[in-house]
Write a protein that binds this ligand. Structure first.
Ligand code: ADP
Ligand code: ZN
Length: 768
């Protein structure tokens, strides 16, 4: 009696006061969007979907995003909490952004909150700070520009003075026509520069690069490029994504810029995705020359405040007359894009588009395809070594394939020489890690004033250290891997590349006190050896260690581009996208490290890396040289590399994938269990695998080719004191895929709850 009374009272109260309820996305791993009520004084000022609100949640305060500004109270309204405030100085999240979060969460089996957190990494957006930063950036650029104009004026004035002085000396000169013309031209130029300087100083937000569309100097495409350009536009007309399969050096970038220019002139915006920061640095200059202030660069590694700056710039352009082109790595997908006309995904095959941790474990390329649907914009994927996934999409008619097989400078592919290091060692042909042949090639290249890049895929001085007395290998106390030796000015440190543990290097075995010897060499040691072998060459290194220092990285790339460095040594980072005109020899040392990974993608990846690396050299007409040092010269990857016919290779790889039912013929989901206790990791992963088998293989045999493998211990089965077990699900790609996926997610969540095992399990869709 009492209950029903009070019940009607709620509704009465609700009806009288018309309480408004909203649902909110919180930046947490939450499977639901909690409901809040809006106090009257806030309601008066209005509240909308996308607003950022400060709310209480399990004893803490969060800033969330209103996902619906009008919902029905789903529980006892007395239990529903009020929001604290609407953060009016934070920009509203756009509906397309929330739609993208939902799609990403659904596809990658994570929560919308986790995606929102990736999109808005910090709680509070300090708009004042963002504005201040943007303004100071403009001011800085303005000062630079004014400075350069001043120098120009000085130079012109000096020239004019010299001319006049010379004319004074030879009196008759001063009446000559050419002299008059020249001085007049100089004077005109000076007064124009003065006017420009004044304009810069007068207008605080003047468009510093002059009138926008005038700076577009235009690109003249070659016949082959024109043809591809036309085919791309035909593809766009069909509303399908287009894949540009263009050999290295074919001028894909030129085509991208042309397309971007067109879209910008139509008044729409462009998102230009690149896989890696290092790569985008060189591209940034190229694009800036064309697009000036319309170019916004955004890297994943950048701080929350630069993210805010980029977002602020993009928002400022909304509704205005300005258009933007964002050049960025995968996370720039989550900027507040509006009026998108085109997305370019450069080097679409690249693995660094995939985020492995934390959730959302998304792939930038595939998420860009989701954006194409949401924004209804064009999308162009480009690569010299397209992923099998993309080629499959093209052959299935879902995407349009455009090929460009002519290099711009007309140079042929670099010649390949494979050197068998085992055989060389037997013949005493190796000096450290350099074979006789490679040394010859390097010397010859240096003598002709050209440059060399050497790839060694492991950073450090030595990746493994072993005791010469007891054979013990120095291991990380927290991970199941060996420690790598890094040499520094102050000595050396043994470092774990997985958990970051490090200890100072004593040179002695911790077990028996014997001497430690290095097994193998990392980039640091290769650099040391190269310095001895080529004492007159200037040498630089680029790898994960040097990348910590961004200005060093930028300078190193710039120096190499300008020919100030002769030899560049690095990890995979040096194989990608760069355009160095003086580079004529590329070499891989210990190429074996690229092969033989326990992964169905291993060969495809190795082939892509080698092909990309080969494409870095001989880009200016001369034929380059590609030297590969390996102890497995008979590996099929090399045969495939030597074969001219790239599409034949893809066909072969595709058949293998089909035979084994690997992607793109199936979808793989990797479920990882991590636990401090090894026995519990075993027990829990076995139980979870049994649950998943019951779900996907109810009759004991795979239903519709869905398969559960594992649990098994991965190659590195302990990291940071956590034992790791994996379960691999292979799902058939059919109409049931989406529902199977959500059933899997539900099963995992149920398992977490029933076993009280929260925080130990991660789900990775399409692992790289
Ligand atoms: P890709 O990205 O396909 O490997 P790039 O776009 O880097 O190739 O082009 C290789 C080189 O050729 C670059 O230095 C580029 O400036 C030049 N290039 C390509 N196309 C043109 C063009 N139409 N006009 C002028 N230079 C071009
Ligand atoms: Zn470790």
């Amino acid at each position: 009696m009492f209950r029903s009374n009070s019940n009607s009272f709620w509704y009465l109260r609700g009806a009288m006061k018309q309480t408004k309820y909203i649902s909110v996305i919180l930046p947490l791993k939450l499977e639901w969007e909690p409901c809040y009520s809006v106090p009257e004084e806030i309601l008066k000022e209005g509240i909308k979907t996308g607003d950022r609100v400060r709310v209480p949640f399990s004893g803490k305060e969060y800033i969330g995003v209103v996902s619906s500004a009008d919902v029905a109270a789903e529980t006892d309204p007395r239990k529903i909490k009020d929001i604290f405030s609407v953060e009016r100085d934070m920009e509203r999240v756009l509906p397309q952004e929330i739609e993208l979060w939902r799609k990403v969460a659904e596809y990658y089996l994570c929560t919308v909150g986790e995606v929102s957190k990736a999109a808005y990494p910090t709680g509070k957006l300090n708009l004042e700070e963002a504005r201040a930063n943007a303004i100071s950036k403009v001011r800085l650029r303005k000062e630079k520009l004014a400075e350069s104009i001043r120098t120009k004026i000085e130079r012109l004035e000096a020239r004019l003075a010299r001319k006049k002085e010379a004319a004074e000396k030879a009196r008759k000169e001063s009446t000559r026509m050419s002299y008059l013309e020249e001085t007049r031209a100089l004077e005109d130029e000076i007064s124009m520069a003065r006017a420009a300087l004044e304009a810069v100083n007068r207008e605080p937000h003047a468009d510093l690069d002059g009138p926008k569309h005038q700076e577009w100097t235009g690109i003249t495409l070659t016949e082959a490029q024109k043809k591809a350009f036309g085919q791309i536009k035909c593809g766009f007309a069909s509303d399908k994504p287009v894949l540009l399969d263009g050999v290295t050096g074919s001028g894909k970038t030129e085509i991208y810029m042309m397309l971007a220019h067109e879209v910008l002139s139509e008044g729409r915006n462009v998102l230009y995705l690149v896989p890696e920061i290092a790569l985008s640095r060189q591209l940034e200059d190229r694009l800036h020359a064309y697009f000036g202030e319309r170019l916004i660069t955004f890297h994943s590694g950048e701080s929350a405040s630069s993210r805010r700056n980029a977002a602020e710039q993009i928002r400022r352009m909304a509704g205005g007359k300005d258009n933007y082109i964002v050049l960025g790595t995968r996370s720039s997908i989550f900027l507040p894009h509006h009026d998108l006309g085109l997305i370019i995904v450069d080097e679409e095959h690249d693995n660094s588009y995939k985020q492995d941790s934390p959730a959302p474990r998304y792939n930038g390329r595939d998420t860009a395809l989701m954006m194409h649907q949401i924004h209804g914009c064009k999308i162009l994927l480009g690569s010299a070594t397209p992923s099998l996934e993309e080629l499959y999409n093209c052959s299935a008619g879902k995407h349009v394939l455009v090929t460009l097989s002519e290099k711009y400078h007309g140079s042929e592919d670099a010649d390949i020489e494979i050197i068998d290091t085992k055989a060389e060692r037997r013949k005493n042909g190796m000096t450290g890690n350099f074979s006789r042949r490679l040394i010859e090639h390097i010397n010859r290249t240096l003598e002709s004033g050209e440059q060399v890049i050497i790839l060694r895929s492991r950073r450090s001085w030595a990746p493994v250290m072993q005791c010469e007395t007891c054979g013990e290998i120095v291991r990380c106390p927290h991970c199941n891997v060996s420690l790598c030796l890094h040499k520094h000015a102050a000595g050396g440190r043994m470092t774990c590349h997985y958990c970051g543990f490090s200890s100072s290097f004593t040179g002695r075995c911790g077990k028996c006190g014997g001497n430690l010897n290095s097994l193998g060499a990392g980039t640091q040691k290769i650099e040391e050896e190269a310095a001895k072998l080529f004492p007159h060459a200037s040498i630089a290194r680029l790898d994960g260690d040097t990348a910590q220092n961004k200005s060093y990285e930028t300078r190193t790339i710039k120096d190499f581009a300008e020919g100030k460095t002769d030899i560049l040594i690095g990890t995979q980072i040096v194989t990608k996208g760069f355009d160095f005109k003086g580079l004529n020899l590329v070499a891989v040392i210990a190429a074996d490290a690229l092969l033989g990974m326990q992964d169905f993608r291993a060969d495809e990846k190795a082939l892509q890396t080698l092909e990309q690396f080969r494409g870095r050299c001989g880009r200016r007409g001369s034929k380059g040289m590609f030297v590969i040092q390996t102890s497995q010269p008979e590996h099929p990857v090399y045969r495939r590399l030597m074969e001219k016919d790239g599409s034949g290779n893809s066909r072969e790889l595709m058949l293998e994938r089909k035979d084994f039912n690997f992607p793109p013929f199936s979808r793989i989901i990797e479920i990882t269990v991590k636990d401090r206790f090894e026995d519990r990791a075993d027990r829990m992963s076995a139980r979870l695998a049994a649950d998943l088998r019951a779900l996907l293989e109810p009759s004991g045999c795979p239903v519709l080719q869905s398969m559960v493998t594992g649990p098994y211990a991965p190659v590195v089965d302990k990291v940071a004191d956590m034992h790791i077990r994996s379960i691999r699900l292979s799902l058939k790609k059919d109409r049931n895929l989406a529902s199977s996926k959500s059933a899997i997610m539900a099963a995992v969540h149920k398992f977490e709850k029933s076993q009280k095992y929260d925080g130990h399990i991660t789900i990775n869709v399409d692992p790289s």
